[in-house]
Design a binder for this molecule. Sequence first.
Ligand SMILES: C[S@@+](CC[C@H](N)C(=O)[O-])C[C@H]1O[C@@H](n2cnc3c(N)ncnc32)[C@H](O)[C@@H]1O
Length: 551
Amino acid sequence: MTSTLTPTLAGPDLARLRATLELVRANDTESVLAAAMPSLPPAERAALAGRTRFAHAAVLIFPNSLDGLREQLAAHGLDVGAMTPSVVVRDRLSRRYGVPAAELQVGILRAPVTDAAGQPRELEIFAMATPPELAHLAADERRHGRENHVALAVPEADPVMLAGVQRTTAAHLRPDGGGYNRHENCTVLYFRDAQHANPAFHRLEMISTGEFPPLLAAHLRDSAPGLGLLRLLTGAWATQAVATAVELRLPDHLADTAELPALAAATGTHQDSLGRLLRYLATLDVVRAVPAGYALTELGELLRTDVDGSMHSLARMYGGPFYRSFGALTEAVRTGEESFAKVFGAHHFTHLAGDPELAELFHQSMAASNAMFSELTRLVDFGAAGTVVDIAGGNGELLARVLTANPTARGILFDLPSALVTAGPTLQPVAERVTMVPGDFTRTVPGGGDVYLLSRVLHDWDDARCQDILAICAAAMPEHAELMIIERLLPETGQADSLAVPWDIHMLCNVGGCERTEAHYRALLATAGFELTGTTPLPLDGFLLRARKAG
Ligand SMILES: C[S@@+](CC[C@H](N)C(=O)[O-])C[C@H]1O[C@@H](n2cnc3c(N)ncnc32)[C@H](O)[C@@H]1O
């Protein structure tokens, strides 16, 4: 049945059409990318612009009828081609509003547009015939602009290039479905930023000639609502799977055999269950499947007990005591007091003092980040230092490295007695040049040193305690001595992806301390009469902060 209605274009739709037309005229590929993904770094934006081309911007309008719409649009200066039916937008509207698809009539019209630089682009117009009973749908869509999008063509897509384009985009926008259009032989990937301030950029469409089945399947999988959340919610399972593997010394045994029966025998485990654990560990990139069974990945190698930089103690701490205290994180956030003390009945270091085995495990686990220490000894020449005093130096891992790299330097390891008893094996190769001094840094620290190290100590404490520790160091340090602090630094602005951010929560939960920005440390140092003289990055998001007494 043909409608005899003359379509009327509502004022708001005309305004939205004009705004979209203006957007097409005013933009090029780079500016569309900049607007759609403001957090995309300029170098990546330029690379993406080199592989894509701004093709069109789209808007959905709501005339009362689709018949004669071309003529209506022409009367408003929009020269559109023939209308084709839209299945994708119709089905999305049908699902969104619970209206049977058969009751919705949606067409696509395209108007060629030339941008300011003379480049050919298009205005894509989706039009839904809107009888009065669908007016609510039109009002809601106009308000939220959910079907607005900008489209980029990927002219010479190949599987590797398109995977890079997809990954780069997905780091800034959420994958939001897509499909392969057999008639036009093109693959379309949708991305979404529902919070974008400009509704025109709520959706981004990437159109590539050709069919890319594995890539499209992965994109559709990532598009499922809740997938990211499921990954977050199962993070604890990953922690426990790794901790269990380490508890069973599985990484050590995997260094000898790949076969499941032999692994089950060596670890004293139920073979089928061990197989299931290994299959899960493979998805976490800790092991990989090989013809005979499983082998360690590069990451898994770090969980062996006999490798330099082993993280096996850290896995036991994070899957053990710290796992239990994280279970009470809500309490820490509620009160601002560390949950470790609630769970174990005493502050972290008091608890360790009464449990030598746990103290040993903790100090070994601190050594898991010794990549920071190797870089420090590479960056700093301690040759002329004379005496290096490591304040709260734990089991001596850092001091041993400093003295090994600087054969003329001498060292003092200062820490609580419970820590010093764990230091013997670590310091053994440099034992002749080291003095161990037990003590409490809230009372005194050794004087007469040339370099004072404070590695990962200040983040254990609140500002008031840090000021005390720094003041006690200042009082003990000769005028010429240098203070070297190793800490992670919170980003000064924004949400930069720094390990300091999760570790700040770790500090809240386990010791009642916090991570800080560089400015925060500068201010703390100033209260004790120190001047920050330099900040140098170290591996694992660590930093070396160098300070001297202000003149
Ligand atoms: C996080 S660990 C850092 C260890 C080492 N500096 C490192 O970077 O691996 C903190 C150290 O502070 C020590 N500590 C805690 N309270 C102390 C106190 N009151 N006096 C001296 N050392 C203390 C602990 O024993 C522990 O070795």
